[in-house]
Design a protein around this ligand. Structure first.
Ligand code: GUN
Length: 292
């Protein structure tokens, strides 16, 4: 059997187009141009690449973006002072603090300083807490987890009652994805580095979300026949035959897995492009919330 390939690139392109049209309509109606501020601290090359892509996507969608790049020796006070300024800045509807911050900075404390109305990454403890509880909805859901849910909803007629197994419990992906799956009425198992017999757990999954950060760790025989597999991993593997000297692979051994799965995301072109699409959508939502 050969799995259906879930085309995150095509789905994200559709969302980019929708956001671009809605931004243009706002401007034509005389409303404010949505604005995103990014805060990047230190020299992590991958983070610089991600943030540049976010700015480029904003520009293409007609969203203003404001980049703040701070040195690796930035103090907690300076970082939080900038967040306070941006919380007050009317041109800025969304604020994103690129993770990870350099060692010595308290990321959780910095995130707690964000105005929850501008927390387009959904990492503020109030937004995460609301995701975990019945009651008021989170104002924003983190972009990669939200993107995973869009892909699942596009692929499956229903998530309700399915057994979802999430490999990984990070703040950025594993835990919020698990919470979103619970909210969609799936039965959810969260696996992590201390889980015994990971392959046996994974084999129970109707929906398998791999977010462990280990290249091709999930093998074909970890997958229940017909399962839907969402691969969040982006790993660089040395490959001298490539111009760049590496190739990108996910956390799932794609060729093997696609022989068993019912549907699967590729890497690249699966979850990756969804993150920025959801960020654009959240930034537009932040601007709309500021209208009233
Ligand atoms: N680092 C890795 N992924 C993300 C993300 O989605 N948002 C932020 N702010 N940092 C990240």
């Amino acid at each position: 059997m050969s799995a259906q390939i879930i085309d995150g690139k095509a789905i994200s392109t559709r969302i980019h187009t929708e956001v671009t049209q809605q931004v243009a309509a706002r401007k034509a109606a005389g409303k404010s141009t949505p604005g995103l501020a990014t805060i990047l601290v230190g020299d992590d090359p991958a983070s610089h690449t991600y943030v540049n892509s976010k700015h480029r996507a904003c520009e293409e969608a007609g969203i203003n973006s404001f980049g703040f790049t701070l040195g690796a020796d930035t103090s907690q006070e300076r970082l939080e002072g900038l967040i306070r300024e941006l919380n007050q800045d009317e041109r800025v509807h969304g604020i994103l603090v690129q993770s990870p911050l350099p060692k010595g900075l308290d990321e959780q404390h910095a995130l707690s300083m964000l105005s929850i109305e501008k927390d387009v990454d959904g990492f503020h403890p109030v937004n995460i807490g609301r995701l975990a509880q019945k009651g008021p909805e989170p104002l924003f859901v983190s972009c990669t987890p939200a993107g995973v849910m869009v892909l699942l909803n596009e692929t499956l007629s229903s998530i309700e009652g399915k057994h979802a197994v999430v490999l990984g419990r990070s703040n950025i992906v594993g835990m919020p994805v698990a919470l979103l799956l619970v909210r969609a009425n799936a039965t959810v198992t969260i696996c992590h580095s201390r889980t015994q017999d990971l392959p046996a757990m994974a084999r129970q999954a109707d929906i398998l979300v791999a977010a462990i950060g280990r290249a091709e760790m999930v093998r074909g025989d970890w997958i229940k026949p017909g399962a839907t597999v969402i691969d969040v991993g982006i790993n660089h593997v040395e490959d001298s035959s490539r111009k760049k000297g590496y190739r990108l692979v996910g956390d799932v051994a794609f060729e093997e897995a696609s022989e068993v799965a019912g549907a699967i995301t590729p890497v690249p072109g699966g979850v990756g492009p969804m993150t920025i699409a959801m960020l654009l959508r959240n930034t537009l939502k932040a601007a709309e919330m500021s209208d009233s």
